[in-house]
Every structure is written in structure tokens, then in C-alpha cells.
Design a protein around this ligand. Structure first.
Ligand SMILES: *Cc1c(COP(=O)(O)O)cnc(C)c1O
Length: 367
């Protein structure tokens, strides 16, 4: 089969990027809230239908800063079924992650398990919209309100995801996005925090700029989380093509679903409907009644030039810096442990040819 990775960035025509570079060269304004940075913040606000966004150098620093901005301490309830940056952001703030199990259908943090994990030290919940599938935002908010907790969404997968009323990123006290090269919308490296009000945005903007206010005043031990003009320009160009990119992803999703439908032992996740989905990933569960194991299928695909990924295996709670935590015990996380053993994310990206998707799906059917 044709060599295929799980994802490939969507790059607009290079000649369309040149005028942006010319402007940067002309103005010599390379970073620190330059004109492209400000424009991208405005355009993303419009795209998401929100009032305030703060751009970042990457999603991880944005997560770390989001926790700082809300002065989160003690314990935070989170999912073990995510990219490791979710929990690392807690450790970088000296916060103890408390893992709770996930929902077997969505693989998102299961609201049914949250209350039992709350202690006097709990200050926040940090769920992930895994694969861009929306969390049960209403139930999570209700629990947070009852116990006086903050909610910070890791929305790294959720660019372009909607619920009935708008972008999913408007939920929670803060929502954090990643614009890494592997994500649906990319600035090569980049990220953002969706802020609920102007005051919070000011605080976040200061924290991402060393805590500086003006030339000679520093009000907080901030970090350097600023997005450069180069990355912001990439974002502005990319934003022109996002509709097209999502439409192409949708077509690939449909081909997989059609060809894998009813296949014994294979379960396609996240058929959330076109009003909701961003088709960021194509996750399947390889169940015990499939002729070969998940890892055998993974290897056979790789041997044939296709590189799917086991997102998310291993679980975050199985990494050495987490596995000593009481909540990291596998008995505490049966659904996540099971999903990590069965999951396989198949290649999906805008330029992936339908004929290749066809071939990958038929290969899986033929095992
Ligand atoms: C990609 C990702 C991040 C980290 O974002 P970066 O921009 O790579 O730092 C965090 N959480 C999740 C769930 C991710 O997929």
C-alpha cells in the first residue's frame, strides 16, 4: 500500500504564504502581540463565536498557564486516557492528578465517576474532548457547581467541534486548544486559551509574557508562552482553508464507516454526526472477536506502509511519574485500561486519497 501516516498537516499553497512573510519582513515585528497575532485572535473569536482568546506558543504551555491563571492547587480530577501533556501540565504546577475512569462509549471522562473522587483538596476538573467528541459538559458543570470546582477543558482535539448551540470551546471556566502540526488546525506549533471575560484574558496575556505590565513592572511569575508573528500568519492562512479541510476529512470518515460497517470485531467510535464532528481522528476498537489482536493488526498495517497510532496507549496513569498514585491503579480504571488495549487510530487527513482509504479498510476486512 502507499506509505501513509496517521495524519499529515494540511498546508495551503506556499505562494499564498509569501505575502505574509513580506509583511513581517517589512514591519520587522516578529513577536509580542504583533499585527498577525492580534488579527488571528480576532478571527478565531469570530470562528468560535467567543469574545476572548489568548494565543500561545503551544498547547502544553497554554494548559500550564490556564491552571496558573485560575490559581488551581491541590488535586485535579482528570482522565488517564489522553495525550500525556494533559497530566504533565498538572505536575508542572505542583498539582496532584486524580485519575477517574472514562465512559465506554465516548472514551471521555465519565461524569458518574467524578463525585467519588472529590476530596477536600480537589479544586478543579480537567476533562478532554477526546478525538473531538464532546464531553458531557452539562453534567460536568453541574458537579463543578455543586462542589465549587473549576472546569478546564483540554480541547486540543476539538477545533471546529460544535454542539447544538455553538463551538464546544465556550464551555468550562477555560478551554485550551492546541495548534500542533498533528492537529486539525495548525500553526506548526501553537495553542490558545478561550477566556470567559476581558479580565481573565488580561491575566492570561500577562502570564504568557513573563508577568510584564509595561516596561518596568512585573506582577506575576509568568512564562514565555507567546505566539510569534510567523505562527500567527500560518494560522490566518490556514483558517481560510479550514472549511475545505474539514469537508475532506468528513469524506474519509464516511468511506471508513461504510467499508468497516458490521465487520466482526471492529467497532468504529464517535459517530457523533456532521453537526458536531471535526473528523480529527478515526478511532476503532479491535475487539477480542476480531481474527487477530490489535497489536498484530497494527504491525501488519505498518509492514504494509500504513502507520496507524495507538492513541491512547499506554494510559497516562501507566507512565512512571504517575503510576505510584493511588488513582492510577488499573482496578480503578477498568474502562480506560480496556480501551487502551483495543484502540487504533487509522489515517485521516485532508489530502488522503479515497483510493488509499479504500485499500486500508479492505486490508482490515481481509484479515
Ligand atoms: C496535542 C495535545 C496536547 C498538547 O498540545 P501541544 O500543542 O503539542 O503542546 C495536549 N493535550 C492533548 C489531548 C493533545 O492531543
Amino acid at each position: 500500500m502507499k506509505k501513509t501516516n496517521v495524519t499529515q498537516p494540511f498546508l495551503p499553497p506556499l505562494e499564498e504564504f509569501i505575502p505574509y512573510l513580506e509583511k513581517i519582513w517589512e514591519s520587522k515585528w516578529l513577536t509580542n502581540a504583533g499585527p498577525f497575532h492580534e488579527q488571528l485572535e480576532r478571527e478565531l473569536c469570530k470562528y468560535f463565536g467567543v469574545d476572548h482568546i489568548s494565543l500561545f506558543t503551544n498547547g502544553t504551555i497554554a494548559l500550564v498557564t490556564a491552571l496558573q491563571a485560575l490559581r488551581i492547587t491541590g488535586e485535579v480530577i482528570t482522565t488517564p486516557y489522553s495525550f500525556v501533556a494533559t497530566s504533565h501540565a498538572l505536575l508542572w504546577n505542583g498539582i496532584k492528578p486524580v485519575f477517574v475512569d472514562i465512559d465506554p462509549l465516548t472514551l471521555n471522562l465519565d461524569p458518574n465517576n467524578i463525585e467519588a473522587a472529590i476530596t477536600p483538596q480537589t479544586t478543579a476538573i480537567m476533562p478532554v474532548h477526546c478525538y473531538g467528541h464532546p464531553c458531557d459538559v452539562e453534567r460536568i458543570q453541574k458537579i463543578a457547581d455543586t462542589y465549587g470546582l473549576k472546569v478546564i477543558y483540554d480541547a486540543a482535539h476539538a477545533f471546529g467541534v460544535h454542539d447544538g448551540h455553538g463551538s464546544i470551546v465556550r464551555h468550562g471556566d477555560l478551554s485550551v486548544l492546541s495548534f500542533h502540526a498533528t492537529k486539525v488546525f495548525t500553526t506548526f506549533e501553537g495553542g490558545a486559551i478561550v477566556c470567559p471575560d476581558a479580565k481573565t484574558k488580561v491575566r492570561i496575556d500577562r502570564l504568557k509574557n513573563f508577568g510584564h505590565v509595561g516596561e518596568v513592572t512585573v506582577v506575576a511569575p509568568g512564562i514565555n508562552g507567546k505566539m510569534s508573528e510567523f505562527n500567527a500568519a500560518l494560522g490566518l492562512l490556514q483558517l481560510k482553508y479550514i472549511g475545505q479541510a474539514l469537508a475532506q476529512r468528513k469524506q474519509i470518515d464516511a468511506v471508513y464507516r461504510k467499508l468497516l460497517k458490521g465487520l466482526k470485531g471492529i467497532h468504529c467510535l464517535n459517530d457523533v454526526g456532521e453537526k458536531v464532528a471535526n473528523y480529527a481522528y478515526f478511532p476503532i476498537l479491535v475487539n477480542a472477536n476480531y481474527p487477530i489482536s490489535r497489536d498484530e493488526l497494527y504491525q501488519r498495517l505498518k509492514d504494509n506502509g500504513v502507520h496507524p497510532r495507538r492513541y491512547f496507549y499506554p494510559l497516562i496513569s501507566d507512565f512512571p511519574m504517575y503510576r505510584g498514585l493511588p488513582s492510577a491503579l488499573r482496578e480503578n480504571l477498568p474502562v480506560a485500561t480496556d480501551a487502551a488495549q483495543k484502540i487504533l487510530c487509522l489515517p485521516i487527513y485532508p489530502s488522503l486519497k479515497k483510493s488509499v482509504v479504500d485499500e486500508i479498510a479492505r486490508f482490515i476486512v481481509a484479515q
